[in-house]
Design a protein around this ligand. Structure first.
Ligand SMILES: CC(C)(COP(=O)(O)OP(=O)(O)OC[C@H]1O[C@@H](n2cnc3c(N)ncnc32)[C@H](O)[C@@H]1OP(=O)(O)O)[C@@H](O)C(=O)NCCC(=O)NCCS
Length: 174
C-alpha cells in the first residue's frame, strides 16, 4: 500500500488555510469518519451508502494494470484535522495522463475554495512531473461534481464513458 513517495518534495499546496500531503495508513479511521459524513455522495455515485470499509477501499483501490507506485492518496488538512481527500493515479489510462479517483471535501467546509485549491495544486504537481492531461469520471447525477469540474475548466472527453457517467479532462498544456 505504502512505501512509495509523492514524486515531488513537499505538499501539493499549503496556503495558510490548509495543506495537502500524502495520507498515511494511520489516517484510516479518521478518513472513514470523514467519508461517512456524506452518504448522499455515495448514493449518487455508487447507488449505496458508504460502507464500513470505505477508507480501506480508498487506500487499496487501483485501476487494472497499475501498481501502488503510481497511486497517490492525498489528505487535505486544516491544522491537524482531515477535511478532504484526493486520489490520483499516474499515467493512467496512458502515459502522460493522470486520473483522479476520489475528490472529497468535508460537507462542512464546502464552497470555501478548498476543492479548487487542492485540484489546482495537483495540476501544478502533475505538470511538473511531466503529465500533460488530468481526467476524472463523475456520475451524470452528481451535479455538484459536474459544476465543480466545469468551473475548473474540465471538459467532456471523447472517451466512451460507462453508461450514466461523464469522463472529464483538462489539457495541462493549454
Ligand atoms: C465536488 C467537491 C469536491 C467540491 O469541493 P469544494 O471545496 O466545495 O469546491 P470549491 O469551493 O472549490 O468550489 C469551486 C466552484 O465549483 C462549483 N461548485 C462546487 N460545488 C458546487 C455545488 N454543490 N453546486 C454548484 N456548483 C458547485 C462552483 O462554481 C464553485 O465556485 P463558487 O463557490 O464560487 O460558486 C465537493 O462538493 C465534494 O466533496 N463533493 C462530494 C464528492 C464528489 O462529488 N466528488 C467529485 C466526484 S469524485
Amino acid at each position: 500500500m505504502s512505501g512509495h513517495q509523492w514524486p515531488l518534495e513537499g505538499f501539493v499546496f499549503f496556503d495558510g488555510r490548509c495543506r495537502c500531503g500524502l495520507l498515511e495508513p494511520e489516517h484510516g479511521p479518521v478518513l472513514q469518519r470523514l467519508l461517512e459524513r456524506d452518504p448522499e455522495f455515495f448514493e449518487l455515485e455508487f447507488g449505496l451508502p458508504p460502507g464500513p470499509s470505505e477508507a480501506q477501499s480508498a487506500y487499496v483501490s487501483l485501476p487494472e494494470g497499475k501498481s501502488y507506485e503510481d497511486k497517490f492518496l492525498l489528505g487535505i488538512f486544516r491544522a491537524s484535522e482531515l477535511i478532504g481527500v484526493i486520489d490520483v493515479i499516474r499515467d493512467y489510462p496512458r502515459t502522460g495522463v493522470w486520473t483522479f479517483g476520489t475528490i472529497f471535501v468535508d460537507p462542512g467546509t464546502r464552497r470555501e475554495g478548498i476543492g479548487t485549491a487542492a485540484v489546482e495544486g495537483v495540476q501544478r504537481q502533475v505538470a511538473r512531473c511531466g503529465g500533460d492531461r488530468l481526467r476524472g469520471v463523475a456520475s451524470n447525477r452528481n451535479l455538484a461534481a459536474l459544476a465543480f469540474a466545469a468551473k475548473l475548466g474540465y471538459v467532456a472527453s471523447c472517451e466512451q464513458p460507462e453508461a450514466g457517467d461523464t469522463v472529464l479532462e483538462l489539457d495541462l498544456d493549454a
